[in-house]
Design a protein around this ligand. Sequence first.
Ligand SMILES: NC(=O)C1=CN([C@@H]2O[C@H](COP(=O)(O)OP(=O)(O)OC[C@H]3O[C@@H](n4cnc5c(N)ncnc54)[C@H](O)[C@@H]3O)[C@@H](O)[C@H]2O)C=CC1
Ligand SMILES: O=C(CO)COP(=O)(O)O
Length: 298
Amino acid sequence: MQNNSIAVIGAGKWGQALHFALNQKQKCYITSRTKRELDNFVDLETAMDCEYLVIAIPAQEIRTWLKENFVFKGQKILVASKGIEASSGEFLNEIYASFVPDENIGFISGPSFAAEVIKGLPCALVINSTSKNLYDLFQPFFPNFIKTYYSKDVIGAEIAGAYKNVLAIASGICEGLQLGKNAQASLIARGLVEMQRFGKYFGAKKSSFLGLSGAGDLFLTANSTMSRNFRVGLGLSQNKKLEDILEELGEVAEGVKTADAIDKLSKKYKIYTPIANEVKLILNGKNPKDSLKDLLKN
Ligand SMILES: NC(=O)C1=CN([C@@H]2O[C@H](COP(=O)(O)OP(=O)(O)OC[C@H]3O[C@@H](n4cnc5c(N)ncnc54)[C@H](O)[C@@H]3O)[C@@H](O)[C@H]2O)C=CC1
Ligand SMILES: O=C(CO)COP(=O)(O)O
């Protein structure tokens, strides 16, 4: 293994932005399924030989990708994805647990549109890991324009990062239907309560939902057309077909599959998640105006 070397795996929007950021202080490699014209682009084998890896591939692809490509050689890993596996309802940290020991893995969370990070605009992120040592090892790689925080609450950060994508879809629908700022603020505030309730069931800390990982990322994503998930919501409000919206988007909108995962988990464990459940129904064809009526019922 190449000591002190770092690579980003996945050259989508977020992978490229993280690569730009991590390449500021020292050489950072990047790899993806198809060859790209990017600085320090390497093949997967070379990347996998780095001591530090940042993995930025969509949540639904992670299990298969790990099974087919990953060999643990003691690497330290940061997971940059935000989502819950729909087929199993498993959280990403549960999936990674079969491949990487807890002390070698951390999860990035917080408000961070790739389009701004890749311009070097300031932002704040949280590295969530059971190991403070892992945070201390990764922290020096981050450039001066990114402030990093440490948290132990892996499950809280993961649920907040995944849930806000579903709420961003709901907020995009609200915007598209021109329901007004009062409705949107109510939706976002109740969404925050809902994700916290869901998180509490799985042992998340309340404070994670009030900081960068929860409120920070939710306020960002649920208020901007820069968000892919928000744009999915706008498309749904115009009665466009989901497959057409996703084709037009051309990038991942994690909230679509995560809505399914939350719906399954909330039913299994009897957790009250009305907004996520309605998003799931709308994604499956329910008229958003009927969802609104149902959400407004006392
Ligand atoms: N774009 C953003 O602003 C942010 C994105 N994220 C998260 O990062 C993750 C990735 O998002 P983006 O890079 O923005 O999406 P993207 O749609 O721009 O790119 C996804 C990348 O994953 C690769 N990929 C897809 N399936 C794969 C597979 N089976 N094996 C290997 N690579 C595969 C694609 O080739 C593509 O390069 C998502 O979970 C997203 O929620 C997190 C924070 C910010
Ligand atoms: O997670 C993000 C910003 O923190 C990006 O959100 P979208 O995937 O909705 O664009």
